[in-house]
Design a protein around this ligand. Structure first.
Ligand code: FRU
Length: 326
């Protein structure tokens, strides 16, 4: 049997070090375990668009059969993704987009809708009257642009609700914390912080706790990721008022990749659903994610046991062959 992989999928991740993207990679690996002939070539650009361009070029040089990419910023990454596409390599864009439609398939949430639904939700909780501080993601990354647009459109329907101030937290907790700390004394009268992700929401919380320890400001984030130091937990602990679920799409990306590689039907746009997680449903969400997690552990144990059995069988065959030959 030859050990050459049947297909090599290149996966270019914009910033691999956060929990949300680690979860994305875990989901991909789990799904890939069903396709032993497929190899994953993974590169982490560590939040650097230039580095990501170089990594994609290197993947093209090494010859990949398909590219999955979450572009750090849309514009700088567009030419290299178009180059791959024009060379006939199928491209799956995951979560963050490029600024052209030269790609094969997109997997991810509708970030405009996430912003809009967050605005509706917040305006409702404010009874149509209040002031908001918006903590935005990295300026050139598509989810920051789209969440902002959707949020703005949603808020504009409520004449009594205003976005009083916007700051960039660049998706990072410490930057959000720093930026919120800078502006908060001038905006002590805000009612809500809307942060484009939960990590920045947590950074905002820490800044508020320090500067305005008695504040009743509600904080709303995005991601609602399960796990000990992630959004679902913060909502259930009351640190965040709410979070918008933003699935990573790791599993869907691999499924779509295999459909493309095997010339099976697939959708160009694979839009993952969102919902508001707050105190009314967070326990249910936690219960479900714990259950899925424990089922996953069972599946992995079964796979290990099967692998053990396969090894035992293999050794017995070798032993039998020796007996027959001698
Ligand atoms: C993780 C992250 C998420 C956010 C997404 C946007 O790197 O910042 O928190 O929802 O990227 O692309």
């Amino acid at each position: 049997k030859n050990d050459e992989p049947e297909y090599t999928i290149g996966f270019s991740q914009c910033i691999g070090s956060d929990e949300w993207r680690r979860t994305m990679l875990d989901e991909m690996k789990r799904e890939l375990s069903f396709y032993p002939g497929v190899k994953l070539l993974y590169e982490d650009a560590e939040g650097n668009s230039k580095k990501q361009i170089g990594q994609v070029k290197e993947m093209l040089r090494k010859k990949i059969d398909l590219l999955i990419i979450s572009p750090n910023e849309a514009r700088p990454l567009t030419p290299v993704v178009e180059e791959a596409f024009n060379r006939g390599i199928p491209v799956i864009i995951i979560d963050r987009k490029i600024s052209s439609n030269l790609y094969t398939s997109y997997v991810g949430g509708n970030n405009f809708e996430i912003g809009r639904i967050a605005a509706e939700y917040i305006a409702g909780k404010l009874n149509g009257k209040g002031k908001i501080l918006e903590v935005m993601g990295l300026p050139g990354s598509s989810p920051a642009i789209e969440r902002q647009r959707g949020f703005n459109e949603g808020i504009s329907k409520y004449p009594g609700v205003h976005i009083a101030k916007q700051v960039y937290g660049n998706w990072l907790k410490r930057e959000a914390e720093k930026e919120v700390a800078k502006v908060i004394s001038a905006y002590q009268d805000i009612d809500v912080v809307f942060a484009h992700n939960d990590q920045m929401a947590l950074g905002s919380y820490q800044a508020l706790k320090r500067s305005l320890p008695a504040s009743k400001i509600k904080i709303v984030g995005v991601d609602a990721l399960p796990g000990a130091s992630n959004g679902l937990r913060y909502v259930s602990d009351g640190i965040l008022y709410a979070s918008m679920l933003y699935p990573t799409g790791g599993k869907e990306a691999i499924r779509t990749a295999l459909a493309i590689l095997n010339h099976m039907p697939f959708d160009k746009e694979n839009i993952l659903k969102t919902l508001v997680v707050d105190s009314s449903n967070v326990q249910l969400m936690k219960l479900q994610s714990d259950k899925i997690n424990s089922q996953q552990i069972d599946i992995e144990r079964q796979q290990e046991m099967l692998e053990e059995q396969r090894k035992i069988y293999h050794n017995q065959q070798i032993f039998l062959n020796i007996l027959v030959v001698s």
